[in-house]
Design a protein around this ligand. Structure first.
Ligand SMILES: Nc1ncnc2c1ncn2[C@@H]1O[C@H](COP(=O)(O)OP(=O)(O)O)[C@@H](O)[C@H]1O
Ligand SMILES: [Mg+2]
Length: 509
């Protein structure tokens, strides 16, 4: 007799007000396989997994685990059925130890007392079996991202999960950590654990998955084996159309310096050094990329260039002007465009209509104002044009920004910034969390900006993006630029080792 599949979802439909997140989805996951689910942002992947984890109830459809129909009313039911989930955003308590986090909500008891020793030996045993080196007594706040993720997985295994769901686990990792995660997953698989793994990074899906299911607009479009498709074909299945080919990369770098940062130092209120003697120049037609693990000074560097924070030392020149002491407003008016890393907090007024969002930061200028008045008609017309030119998919300029998908929000921001004709464009994680279609479009815009002679400062954690777009590539580590690498020859692994500090010292000139 053949084994029943570990998971069988049939005809799953889930509606939210105004959207059908899952539409008659069928998914079969064999026991002991690594099954990847890929799809654009908003395709319905997380929703489907939340249904399998009992966090959301489907409107229609059935779920069978190991051939048994089951009604999952809550995560507790799912855990009881051997299903565990590691979410996109970690849910650990920083001020507790690994052990405390792992047992939290499932405290081991011996009679009325907590059985800490018992828990510790279980954790050690699990860590051993699955090759997860981790100290149960260390505080979670002391762990790096990759280790935290391991704790999350351990927590799920501790509860007896035999089916492990990982929602975009690699989005937060550097290449070395991704490799390590994949080794862990392979080990879990050898021990018979079934893994469902969501991603939109196609090369990694192709390298790690046994089976790949593509979801588009809430529906499963195809289930394939990695050996039968290329990354490009997969991407086309995801977006449902052919992708534009990458442009040839002839250099457009001129010899006119647009931004010059010299000996820049920024300190926190408590005196800690956040940016430490940083200097670089960006010429017109050049993309200068800065790679780094988040929290190494990227944000502070941007704030200093934008005039949000005052530097303790150093100078910043834009074109032929010293802007070190200018206001943010004056710098923006002088030609700095900015695509912020957090669209929701910095880039958009989510509750306001698109036409107000397109004015944001530029409201004192035509076509948004006439004398002291906001020119509503002019702003709406400009927005309609931006929507068309930047392929923002929306019913019109009056819908609120929150109604757009992340990719469309980002295209709107890019449109707004480019329409102001900047001479320097600062792009912070410009394609984070958006789908491959929107990503291709944003990349295209950045290439176009470069070809048009803009100086572009690109800060990103996506190494492929940095390597692909940059003319010059620096690595920031603990507030210092520790290496300058050639994007034409550098590998993601090399970059990763500078980013984690492993090779920082030897590269320092
Ligand atoms: N709790 C919710 N309420 C309303 N709409 C939701 C909710 N969760 C997801 N959606 C919508 O359902 C669609 C699918 O979302 P999601 O499953 O998160 O996609 P993915 O994980 O593939 O990016 C999106 O349009 C999203 O806005
Ligand atoms: Mg998701």
């Amino acid at each position: 007799m053949t084994q029943p599949p570990a998971v069988e979802l049939r005809g799953i439909t889930k509606r939210f007000p105004g959207v059908v997140a899952n539409r008659d989805i069928n998914l079969t996951v064999a026991r002991g396989e690594i099954h990847a689910i890929v799809g654009e942002n908003g395709a319905g992947k997380s929703t489907l997994m939340k249904i399998l984890y009992g966090m959301q109830r489907p409107d229609e459809g059935t779920i069978a685990i190991d051939g048994q129909h089951i009604d999952l009313r809550s995560p507790t039911d799912a855990i009881g059925a051997g299903i565990g989930m590691v979410h996109q955003h970690f849910m650990l308590a920083d001020n507790l130890t690994v052990l405390e986090n792992v047992v939290l909500g499932d405290e081991p008891r011996r009679g009325p007392r907590l059985d800490i020793a018992g828990a510790r030996s279980r954790i050690n045993e699990l860590a051993d079996t699955y090759g997860f080196p981790i100290d149960p007594d260390v505080l979670v706040e002391q762990l790096g991202v990759g280790e935290r993720q391991r704790v999350e997985i351990l927590k799920v295994l501790y509860r007896g999960a035999r089916i492990l769901i990982l929602d975009e686990p690699t989005a937060v990792l550097v290449p070395q950590e991704v490799d390590e995660l994949f080794r862990n997953l392979a080990e879990l698989k050898r021990e018979g654990v079934t893994i469902i793994f969501i991603s939109h990074k196609l090369d990694e899906v192709l390298s790690v998955a046994d089976t790949i299911t593509v979801i588009r607009a809430g529906t499963t479009v195809r289930t394939v084996e990695p050996s039968s498709v290329t990354a490009r074909q997969l991407a086309e299945l995801m977006v449902g159309s052919e992708l534009p080919t990458p442009e040839t990369r002839d250099s457009t770098v001129t010899d006119q310096v647009e931004l010059e940062v010299r000996e820049l130092t920024v300190r926190a209120d408590d005196g800690r050094t956040l940016i430490d003697d940083v200097g670089f120049r960006i010429r017109r037609g050049e993309v200068l990329g800065i790679a780094g693990v988040e929290g190494n000074g990227q944000h502070e560097l941007i704030n200093a260039i934008l005039g949000i924070d005052d530097p303790a030392a150093g100078t910043i020149r834009l074109g032929d002007q010293d802007i070190t002491h200018w206001s943010t407003r004056d710098r923006r008016d002088a030609g700095i465009g900015y695509i912020p890393q957090d669209r929701h907090r910095e880039g958009l007024l989510l509750a306001s209509p698109l036409w107000e969002n397109v004015m944001l930061g530029h409201q004192a200028r035509a076509p948004y104002s006439k004398g002291p008045w906001i020119d509503r008609k002019g702003a709406r017309q400009r927005t309609i044009r931006t929507i068309a030119d930047y392929d923002v998919r929306t019913p019109g300029p009056d819908v609120p920004a929150y109604a757009l998908s992340g990719g469309n929000q980002q295209k709107l921001i890019v449109g707004r910034e480019m329409e102001a004709s900047p001479t320097l464009l600062i792009a912070a994680h410009p394609t984070r969390g958006i789908d491959v279609g929107a990503q291709a479009s944003v990349w295209e815009r950045l290439r176009q900006a470069r070809a048009d002679g803009l100086a572009v400062l690109l800060i990103s954690a996506d190494l492929e993006e940095l390597i692909g777009l940059s003319d010059t590539l620096h690595v920031i580590y603990r507030g210092r630029l520790v290496a300058e690498l050639d994007p034409a020859t550098v590998t993601a692994e090399e970059l990763g080792s500078y980013m984690t500090g492993a090779r920082a010292e030897e590269a320092r000139p």
